[in-house]
Design a protein around this ligand. Structure first.
Ligand code: FES
Length: 195
């Protein structure tokens, strides 16, 4: 039956609209949870940041030798908060042949897996590509915004383009079969403008 009272009808419609809005909203935005914007900390797990396995804990076997890279967020093992409240926390993971890594990269890797900040040091775009380098046959991490290239075998040193410095490195470990953070970022995260 249609409600004939215009005031009551309008109130009903407003309530229905509010209900629909709330139903489409997460109960509590994860970005607002305490610790979600804190940088990765020792002991954090890593979870997929995209794709069908988003928010699931990453195991070394989830990564294919030689790429493609996997993007991740750190996750606090105590509170279970995923630290996705700051884009400066997103990480790119790659599994490489440990024999290809230089000594420092190897010392910060776990089972050949290396981790870097995904935020380009030039102007802060995501370093989203895994392609053949301009100068060699090897694949490198590339930022498509202005074509900066970073060598993941050498602590993500800049090998091409305008980026002023390497990507921040996130030392890794393996605990109980899962990838974990061994220490905070080494190096400044992101571009000057990204803070
Ligand atoms: S923002 Fe990455 S090369 Fe400019």
């Amino acid at each position: 039956m249609v409600c004939q009272d215009p005031v009551r009808r309008s109130l009903l419609l407003t309530a229905l609209a509010a209900g629909a809005y709330l139903a489409g909203k997460p109960a509590a935005a994860e970005e607002d949870q305490p610790g979600s914007d804190e940088r990765p900390q020792k002991g954090d797990f890593l979870v997929h940041s995209e794709g069908e396995h988003a928010d699931e804990i990453i195991k070394p076997s989830d990564l294919t030798l030689g790429g493609p890279p996997v993007h991740a967020w750190p996750k606090d093992p105590q509170s279970s908060v995923i630290r996705k409240g700051s884009r400066l926390n997103e990480i790119v993971l790659l599994r490489l042949d440990p024999g290809e890594l230089d000594e420092q990269s190897r010392s910060r890797s776990a089972d050949g897996i290396v981790a870097y900040s995904v935020v380009c040091t030039h102007a802060g775009c995501p370093v989203s590509e895994w392609v053949k380098a301009a100068e060699t046959d090897k694949k490198i991490l590339k930022c498509p915004c202005h074509n900066s290239e970073f060598n993941p075998r050498e602590s993500a040193q800049v090998v091409f383009g305008p980026a002023p410095r390497r990507l921040a490195v996130l030392p890794l470990a393996i605990a109980e079969g899962s990838l974990t953070v061994a220490a905070p970022f080494v190096g400044k995260v992101g571009a000057q403008q990204a803070g």
